[in-house]
Design a protein around this ligand. Sequence first.
Ligand code: GDP
Ligand code: MG
Length: 162
Amino acid sequence: DLPTVAIVGRPNVGKSTLFNRLVGRKLALVDDRPGVTRDRREGDVQFGGLSFRVIDTAGLEEADDDTLTGRMRMQTEAAILAADVVLFVIDARAGVLPADQPFAELVRRSGVPVILIANKAEGGAIAGAYEAFSLGLGDPIPFSAEHGEGLGELHEALKTTL
Ligand code: GDP
Ligand code: MG
């Protein structure tokens, strides 16, 4: 069986963009409005000699009502627990926000190895990357899912973690 990598984080940090970047096809819907990724999506990835399955998750807040919130929280938790590695994504421009915390808590509690990705860091916009240390999820990789920056560092991290 392929190892599984779950992409986790609050809405709008760029999870689906990262998913599409890894899968190499636009399987996940990217949108400015939080809440667009309703269901989790999976794809098989060949990445510089690594083979794995990647899961794009919906976020806890990507919901219209409590019922959906519960379902999506369960989906995110299930994806984390099924994963060999979690890619935890934050927005390097926005920094660490309160909304990141419940997601980080789920990941920390799971004990699943995590790679921290400070996305939207193209052009050196990595101010928020330093705040990322406070999440207790390790050293952030400055990354740009949109521009394909940071892939080398991500590959190294996956190679040592998978
Ligand atoms: P998700 O809700 O976490 O799945 O986030 P999406 O992948 O849907 O992206 C949310 C928004 O962030 C979209 O407008 C994307 O175009 C934008 N975005 C994603 N990755 C990057 C990036 O690397 N840099 C910048 N500047 N914007 C990005
Ligand atoms: Mg999404």
